[in-house]
Design a protein around this ligand. Structure first.
Ligand SMILES: [Zn+2]
Length: 391
């Protein structure tokens, strides 16, 4: 284990150098799954494959399995969206399908398909003859369109498509958990800080800041729902997460997929994050001896970076909402990735006061730092906009 972790980072370079770059560990790989449904669908697949190849991504034979592949392009259809069941949580999935004609309500038509296909990203091609629209939709309800008109450069078009895929194709998830059953018994029932987390979670519920993104129970059967919950940690219960510092090197954080308005049990709803294990690429959690622990929120890596770099930060809140005038990340990296964590940590470092900062995550939400959770709620009171701008 890295010894640099025991001392507070005073040097910015030290802060992020402790997290090993993905490219040093493995090459960027991708593969395809499923069949194309039309010549247009096949043309699109071939264009994407060629561009990814050009950008240095390595194509893996689908027959070889996907256990260590970074990105799967899942070719499927709107009528019968087939999920690609990934073996590894480190694998991202983008589903590509063709829609015949433009649906009346794009979101209501496309978003459930994204869930059915259990994908991080949905790519929907609509061919109008004189132009081709490609809609992108993310789990966080990000939605944007890339258009190709007849006579325009296909090369530039596929370069645009690649840029939209790149956040998935190049980032590395840090969502593994390593549990150590060494939490002192005096903390099994929590402490003053976990009381603040419970209070803050309830407050988020009262402020209506924990909406399920979509009533996904209506769209998925029990088995698929459980699979999606495990993959994305969304649970359909509530989005967002919160944490509070316990001491110099540890912090309490909400678990993944739980209802934040009803946080209760240490080890199940609230976890003590003690470290990041670079060798295992895992968050280290200290848990009570006799609890079957839940996973910590996927953004634990981001909070870990911020607490290490800024000893004055006492609490961090992440909500899927917006505030006027915030600086935002430029690329919408997926939740739980090293790249999102670094992009957010970079923004916070550049604010006038990193211990009281509000920064935006493109197409996604806000990360807010403060001295404590009550101090954060005091500061954001009346300034929250429920809708996240999408582009
Ligand atoms: Zn989020």
């Amino acid at each position: 284990m890295s010894t640099t972790y025991t001392q507070p980072a005073t040097d910015i370079a030290v802060a992020t150098d402790a997290y090993p770059p993905r490219t040093a560990a493995r090459e960027l790989t991708f593969t395809t799954h499923g069949e194309t449904t039309s010549p247009r669908h096949a043309w699109f697949r071939d264009g994407v494959l060629a561009e990814m190849h050009r950008r240095g991504h390595v194509y893996r034979d689908p027959a070889a399995g996907s256990s260590d592949v970074g990105l799967v392009l899942n070719l499927t259809s709107l009528d019968a969206p087939r999920p690609f069941r990934r073996n590894s949580q480190g694998t991202f999935v983008a589903s590509i399908l063709e829609s015949h004609g433009e649906p009346d309500d794009i979101f209501r038509t496309f978003y459930p398909v994204l869930l059915y296909a259990m994908s991080n990203l949905g790519i929907y091609i609509i061919d109008f003859g004189i132009r081709l629209d490609v809609h992108f939709m993310t789990m966080e309800q990000g939605h944007y369109v890339v258009t190709l008109y007849v006579g325009e450069s296909e090369e530039e078009f596929f370069a645009d498509i690649y840029d939209r895929l790149a956040p998935l194709a190049t980032s590395q998830l840090v969502i593994n958990n390593r549990y150590v059953a060494d939490l002192p018994e005096t903390l099994w029932a929590g402490d003053a800080t976990t009381e603040q987390l419970i209070w803050a979670g309830r407050k988020l519920g009262e402020m209506n800041l924990l909406p399920a993104p979509w009533p996904i129970h209506e769209f998925l059967n029990e088995r698929d729902l459980r699979h999606v919950m495990r993959l994305f940690g969304i649970g359909g219960l509530s989005y967002g997460n919160l944490s509070a510092r316990r001491d110099d090197s540890t912090f309490w954080m909400s678990a993944s997929g739980v209802d934040k308005s009803k946080l209760k049990e240490v080890g199940r709803d609230i976890l003590l994050v003690t470290d990041y294990d670079a060798d295992a690429n895992a968050m280290v959690l200290s848990v009570p001896a006799e609890v079957q622990p839940r996973r910590v929120s996927v953004d634990a890596i981001e909070h870990h970076m911020i607490y290490r770099e800024h000893p004055g930060v006492g609490a961090i809140l992440h909500i899927h909402a917006w505030m006027d005038g915030v600086e935002s990340t430029h690329i919408n990296y997926p939740c739980g990735t090293r790249e999102l964590a670094i992009a957010v940590a970079d923004l916070i470092r550049d604010t006038p006061d990193p211990t009281r900062a509000v920064v935006g995550l493109k197409n996604h939400g806000l990360t807010i730092t403060g001295r404590s959770l009550p101090e954060i709620f005091d500061r954001i009171d009346g300034r929250i906009i429920p809708t996240v701008p999408m582009s």
